[in-house]
Design a binder for this molecule. Structure first.
Ligand code: GDP
Ligand code: MN
Length: 384
């Protein structure tokens, strides 16, 4: 689960991490009031669940409350498309109005769960700001990583080492240490998968503040934090992903053009790899799970085809508890319920009642290609 920047900053601020003065607003009138209180020289920041806002025009530096209102009116109610959103973008319903900082240096600081070391790591760089992805790719030596021991936690000497690498003088160490510990405490106490500060700004007057903040919670631990669940802004969710979640279908929208329906997460990943080798790539991840019934299969088919990027569909089922004939009937049920199955469907079915399932499909009037293995599936995707 993701938070907005303004929500992340409230949590960080409570943990003692300095953030710029400011307030969130959803009306132009409020933007004007907040900007006036802050002295007019403010930053108006679009609140969406994605980064890359600066480059996309979602961060406006203005020097009067009138300009702040004008910027806000250009942002609120529109969709912002950034390098991290889908091509349709994310809706801006709120803006954060903050004091403008007199930026000296922009640093990068994050604590996140790392698959490689199987634990939390601290990542820092002196080259923070809007080009951090480029820095990571082209000059990885500018990015420092510290493994955090799960048993003992983040230690002061580790923070000190990072502080020196980031060019802080010994006079700044105490302040930096408390800031990083604040971030670490937020990370641990809320079961976060990531707390990212980019940029961590060192102002010309020496103040160190989190100018941007991104907090993600571990979805598998969110049940332990009922107080956090109410922070979820559903307006930022992908419509198809929320629909799938309601039916207990694991669905993640991706950028390719081959939709897929699979049972089992591992098989779904393998299927996506096969699709990736033959085409523009998978349009989604979709695991119907073990206990799906016809209705759930029909809903999955409907969700896949609702994505207008989808040009073909690969259905790869290894029948176990989920019987292949149930899947076949589910596909037909989708059509009966009004889903137009107008794109080629490639089906591979093995296991429980596979023969029956394949018969149901080949007897139907659907444009289905039945294949025996993933090699044949790949070939069929290429020619469909
Ligand atoms: P992101 O692009 O979505 O990550 O949004 P950020 O909140 O990180 O803002 C993007 C960039 O705007 C930052 O890297 C800064 O360069 C700039 N910026 C943000 N707030 C301020 C500010 O108060 N003063 C100045 N001068 N620049 C700012
Ligand atoms: Mn940022």
């Amino acid at each position: 689960m993701k938070l907005h920047e303004y929500q992340s900053k409230i949590i960080l601020s409570k943990a003692g991490v300095p953030v710029p003065r400011g307030e969130v607003a959803s009306s132009i009138n409020d933007v004007g009031k907040i900007a006036t209180e802050l002295g007019g020289c403010v930053v108006v920041k679009a609140q969406i669940h994605a980064g890359g806002r600066g480059k996309a025009g979602g961060i406006k530096l203005v020097s009067s409350s009138e300009e702040a209102e004008k910027s806000a009116s250009e942002l609120i109610g529109t969709n912002l498309v950034t390098g991290q959103t889908s091509s349709s973008g994310a809706p801006i319903e709120k803006v954060l109005v903050e004091e403008q900082l007199n930026v000296g240096r922009e640093l990068y600081l994050a604590i996140l769960m790392d698959g490689e070391t199987r634990g939390a790591i601290l990542i820092a760089s002196e080259a923070g700001g809007m080009e951090i992805e480029k820095v990571a790719e082209e000059t990885p030596e500018k990015i420092f990583k510290v493994k955090i021991d799960g048993g003992v936690g983040l230690l002061n000497f580790q923070i000190r080492q990072i502080a020196y690498k980031l060019g802080f003088s010994s006079a700044d160490i105490r302040e930096f240490n408390s800031l990083v510990m604040g971030i670490f405490n937020v990370f641990v106490e809320n079961d976060c998968s990531m707390v990212e500060i980019n940029p961590l700004v060192v102002c010309k007057d020496g103040r160190i503040l989190a100018a941007d903040a991104k907090i993600n919670f571990d979805d598998d631990a969110i049940f332990r934090h009922p107080e956090l669940q109410s922070l979820h802004d559903v307006s930022q969710d992908d419509a198809l992903e929320s629909r799938a979640a309601k039916s207990g279908i694991s669905y993640i929208k991706l950028d390719g053009d081959v939709g897929c329906m699979v049972n089992g997460a591992g098989l779904a990943m393998a299927t996506m790899d096969v699709i990736g080798q033959t085409s523009e790539g998978p349009a989604n991840f979709l695991d119907v799970g073990g206990g799906a019934d016809e209705k759930k299969i029909a809903e999955a088919v409907s969700i896949i085809l609702s994505d207008t990027n989808v040009k073909k569909v690969l259905i790869n089922i290894f029948g176990g508890i989920l019987r292949c004939d149930v899947v076949a009937r589910g596909i037909l049920l989708a059509e009966k319920e009004g889903v137009t199955i107008d794109r080629p469907i490639i089906v591979r079915m093995l296991g429980t009642n596979a023969k029956e399932g394949l018969e149901i499909l080949s007897d139907s009037n659907l444009n289905v290609t039945l294949v025996d293995d993933l090699g044949e599936a790949a070939a069929a995707i290429a020619t469909a």
